[in-house]
Design a protein around this ligand. Sequence first.
Ligand SMILES: Cc1cc2nc3c(=O)[nH]c(=O)nc-3n(C[C@H](O)[C@H](O)[C@H](O)COP(=O)(O)OP(=O)(O)OC[C@H]3O[C@@H](n4cnc5c(N)ncnc54)[C@H](O)[C@@H]3O)c2cc1C
Length: 453
Amino acid sequence: MLLESRPRLGGRASSFEDQQSQSLIDNCQHVSMGCCHEFNRFCETVGIADSFERAEQLYFIGPHQSGPVSTDTRFQVNRFASSPALPTPLHLFPAFARLSYLNFREKRELAQGLKQLARTRVNPENEPTMADWLQAHGQSQTVIDRFWNVVLVSALSESLDRISLSHARKVFVDGFLRARDSWQVLIPTTPLEQLYGTTISDWLTARGTEIRLKTGIKQIHITEGKVTGVELRDGTHIDADRVVLAVPHQRVLDLLPAEFPGRTELSRIEQLEAAPITSVHLWFDREITPLPHAVFVDCLSQWMFNRTQLMQQEHDGRWYYQIVISASHQLTAAGRQGRSQEEIIQEVIAELTRIWPVTAEAQLLHSRMLTEHHAVFSVQPGVEQLRPAQRTQVAGLYLAGDWTSTGWPATMEGAVRSGLLAAEELLHDLGKPESLLLPPENTAFLSKMLFRL
Ligand SMILES: Cc1cc2nc3c(=O)[nH]c(=O)nc-3n(C[C@H](O)[C@H](O)[C@H](O)COP(=O)(O)OP(=O)(O)OC[C@H]3O[C@@H](n4cnc5c(N)ncnc54)[C@H](O)[C@@H]3O)c2cc1C
C-alpha cells in the first residue's frame, strides 16, 4: 500500500496548472545524467525512458573571448560534445579546449585543477568547502566563475562556499572522467505530472499496489521497539508491521513518537540545511532561439530550456522558455535586497536580450517565477555524518528519500537508490536477501591510469 498526502504522485518532481497560460507547468526542469544509472534503469523498468531526450551536445554560452564582461561583450555559443576518435576521458578534451571564454593559460590552469581534484583523496570527517580548495589550488577567479561555478552550482544546487570537496569531486569523477557518456544530460519531453504521476501510478496499480492519494500520515505507531501501524490524519489506523517512511527529512521526526530506539541519532537530520532553486517561466510571441537548451556563463540565469521545442509541441503563437537558477539564495524573499520578482524577471530578460538580440523585439506574453525554498539539502562539509542509513533501530521501520545515506546529492538518482537500499533491508528482514543495486560502473582504463580512480 502506498500512502501519499498530495493528490498526485511525483513529490518534488511535479507540475501544476498555470491559470493564465492554461498550461501544465513543471515546478522546475528535472534533468538526469548518463551517470544516473539507477534512475535510468528505474525509467526503463516503469516504461518512461522514451520520455527523455538525451542531449549528446551541450551549448555553453559565454563571452566570445576571455577578459572582463562589458556592455559591448558579444556572447558566443560553445558546442560541447565528445570527440569520437579519442578514448575516455580525453574525448572531452577538444570540447574544453574550444571554450571561447577562457584563454590558453586559464585552460591549462583548469586542466591542472581537474587532475588535482580527481587525484585528491577526501577525508569526509574533515573536508574543506570547494571554494577553499579552489583557492588553495591556485584557481583564478575567472576560471572559478566561468567553469567551476557554472558546473557545480547547477549540479549540486549550492554555492561554492557551501559545497563540500567530496560532493564536488563526485560530480567531476562520475560525471566527466569515469565513463564515456556519463556527462550527457537527459531531459524530459513530457510534463512531470504525467511522467511521475499518472504513468507510474498506472504501472504500480497494474502490479497490485493499492495507492491512496490525499492520505496524509499523522503518526507511525511503535510499540516495544517495533512498528505496529500508521495513524492517518483523519484518525484512521492501519495495521502494518513494516513501513518505509519516504517523506522529506523535515517531516520525519513529526511523524514518529517522542520516544523510540535511535531517536537521538536520527535527530541529527534536523541539522540538514536546505538550498533553494528558482525557475523563471517566459512565454514570448516568437522564437528567441532555436537551441533546445543552453548553459549560461557569467550570468544570473544558469540554464535555458526551450520547452516548446523539448515538448515537441506546436507553438500555438507562444514560445515557452524556462530559465533555471540553482542555489538561488539571493532571490528568496530574504535575499532579494528589495528587488521584486518583476525586477528579477526583467534582469533575466535583459540577459537573454544580450545573448539573443531578437528578444528585444519579442513581446512577453506571460511570465512566472517560482522558488522552491527546500528544493534540496545543502551538500556542506559534514553533511554525510547527518544522513541516516535506511535501516533504523526500530524493527520494521525503514527510511527512504534523497536525504538518507546514498552517497549521492539530492537528486532523483539519490531518491531511487534510497528506495532500493530500503527494499534490500526489508527483504533481508523477510529472510529473502537480495542485492538490488547495480554493480558499480567500470572505470575507463585511461582514467584509472591518469587519475588513479
Ligand atoms: C525545483 C527543483 C528542481 C530540481 N531539479 C532536479 C534535477 O534537475 N535533477 C534531479 O535529479 N533532481 C532534481 N531535484 C531534486 C529531486 O526533485 C529530489 O531529489 C527528488 O524528487 C526527491 O525524491 P524523494 O522521493 O526523496 O522526496 P519527495 O519528492 O519530496 O517525496 C516525498 C513525498 O512524501 C509525501 N509526504 C510528505 N509528508 C507526508 C505525509 N505525512 N503523509 C504522506 N505523504 C507525505 C510528499 O507529498 C511527497 O510526495 C529538484 C528539486 C526541486 C525542488
